[in-house]
Ligand binder design. Structure first.
Ligand SMILES: Cc1ncc(COP(=O)(O)O)c(C=O)c1O
Ligand SMILES: N[C@@H](CCCC[NH3+])C(=O)O
Length: 449
């Protein structure tokens, strides 16, 4: 644990040079200087390579990038250019994908509680298919169809196969006790197939399931695939989607299956269960996690004799919620000296007013770490920016793509003006109205107290 950061945790174009670690042929310290911190940096070449590997393992029409892991128009465009479909899980994600120019027939819509607007937008845009999650959603699709001139929706049915996997309880989805999908165990999935097949508002093309996320053993994904494949074969549909879930290494010593291994395992499992068609997947984390890292600046180092050392950086749980939510582990290193050994033990924390604002408990760090150093946490490309918040009114970081010596901001850093723009009681110049706010609200919104 005192050794230098492992190359397997860094983006593919990482190189050690006189200015320290570079990604996409730009030194990370230079990126921090130019764009400020905290900063999300993505290796564009790495992103593209992961997309290509996934497409080559599963086939162009069988792999959708699960955009919930990280989405902006640049990412949507990149995944589309590399031949992937795009999985969106809300009207907002759908909007970004369409704005990026991804054709609707390369987009699939998910969600356990899609509202009428989301469904109307998806059906009228003619997305490739909608993954239907409940009978209430079928009611909505039928109402929309009956009310207007919308075509029948192309649908797959999400089932809960009774197989759950994943690194934490909160990210396991496929069990019988799940908010997602029609249960196989209680026969509800059979009823859903009968209803969808009989409805003139839906064209039932397939069965879908997703057992969970951050799964490092492909056999667990294969077990889920077998359960859902058996059902799909019996349902007589022509498409089978087994979701995402392939894990990544976050710490030294971990390893994850390749896309080719995942493909082999789920295909064999599906075939063994009587499914003769193709198998589609929706990887999110495994496309983007290792391509991205976060750069912070160290602000304070507090040594408590006989207790521990705290190292505070300028971000925290607002840009990486995963440690607080799932006890997820990360590593950290100094981009100025990536080969340094890391014998110092410290709790790496953020700047939020909360003791649980821990990025890495017991982090391994170099002894010469000092205030104002740029510190990097690798493998933050998935569900970092995507789950970022404004807690304590911190500003969401900028996101930069780097490639061949060029860096481009794909999402700009939030500004205080952005925050105030949503605040209905702040004056136009950003000065908060000091008194009478309650009366003002009442006058603007009749009916409020
Ligand atoms: C339906 C569905 N597909 C795909 C994914 C992507 O999962 P992952 O990022 O683990 O690959 C998820 C999230 O876990 C999901 O719920
Ligand atoms: N947000 C989770 C994964 C959820 C996957 C989406 N179904 C994570 O950060 O690991």
């Amino acid at each position: 644990m005192s050794s230098a950061i492992e190359a397997e945790l860094l983006p593919l174009t990482s190189e050690d040079g006189p200015a320290g670690l570079s990604v996409g042929a730009i030194a990370l310290t230079e990126l921090a200087r130019r764009f400020g911190t905290p900063l999300f940096v993505y290796d564009e070449e790495h992103l593209r390579q992961r997309c290509r590997e996934a497409v080559s393992a599963f086939g162009r029409d069988n792999v959708a990038y699960a955009s919930k892991a990280f989405l902006c128009t640049a990412m949507a465009r990149l995944a589309h250019e590399e031949g992937m479909l795009l999985d969106v899980a809300s009207g907002g994600e759908l909007r970004v994908a369409l704005r990026a120019g991804v054709p609707a027939d390369r987009i699939v819509l998910h969600g356990n509680n899609k509202d009428e607007n989301e469904l109307r937008t998806a059906v009228s845009a003619r997305v490739r298919h909608i993954v239907v999650d409940s009978f209430d959603e079928m009611d909505r699709i039928e109402r929309l169809h009956a009310a207007g001139d919308l075509p029948p929706a192309q649908v797959q049915l999400r089932v809960a196969p009774g197989v759950a996997a994943g690194a934490h309880e909160s990210i396991r989805t496929g069990g019988n006790d799940s908010k997602f999908g029609f249960g196989l165990a209680d026969g509800v999935a059979d009823a859903a197939v009968r209803r969808a097949a009989a409805s003139s508002a839906m064209n039932l093309e397939g069965i879908h399931a997703h057992v969970g996320s951050q799964v490092l053993d492909a056999r667990e994904l294969a077990a889920g695939a077998a359960a859902v494949a058996r059902f799909a074969a019996h349902a007589g549909v022509c498409r089978l989607t087994v979701g995402g879930g392939l894990g990544v290494a976050y710490e030294a010593g971990q390893s994850a299956p390749t896309f080719a291994e995942w493909a082999r395992q789920v295909r064999d499992a599906a075939r063994g269960a009587g499914w003769n068609g193709e198998v589609a997947v929706e990887p999110g984390r495994s496309i983007v996690a290792r391509a991205g890292m976060t750069l912070y600046r160290v602000g304070t180092i507090k040594r408590i004799e006989g207790v521990r050392t705290y190292v505070s950086v300028d971000g925290g749980m607002s840009d990486n919620l995963r440690p607080a939510l799932y006890a997820s582990r990360y590593e950290a290193f100094l981009p100025r000296s990536p080969r340094s050994s890391r014998p110092l033990r410290a709790r790496l924390v953020g700047k939020h007013c909360e003791s649980g604002d821990v990025i890495i408990d017991n982090a391994a760090l170099p002894l010469d770490l000092r205030v104002s150093d740029v510190l990097a946490t690798p493998v933050t490309g998935a569900y970092g920016y995507a789950m970022a918040s404004n807690y304590n009114k911190l500003l969401r970081p900028a996101v930069v793509f780097v490639r061949n010596g060029e860096a481009r901001i794909v999402v700009r850093r939030e500004t205080e003006e952005d925050l105030l723009r949503l605040d209905m009681d702040s004056a136009p110049d950003g000065v908060v109205i000091p008194s009478g706010v309650g009366r003002l609200v009442a006058a603007r919104h009749p009916g409020t107290a």
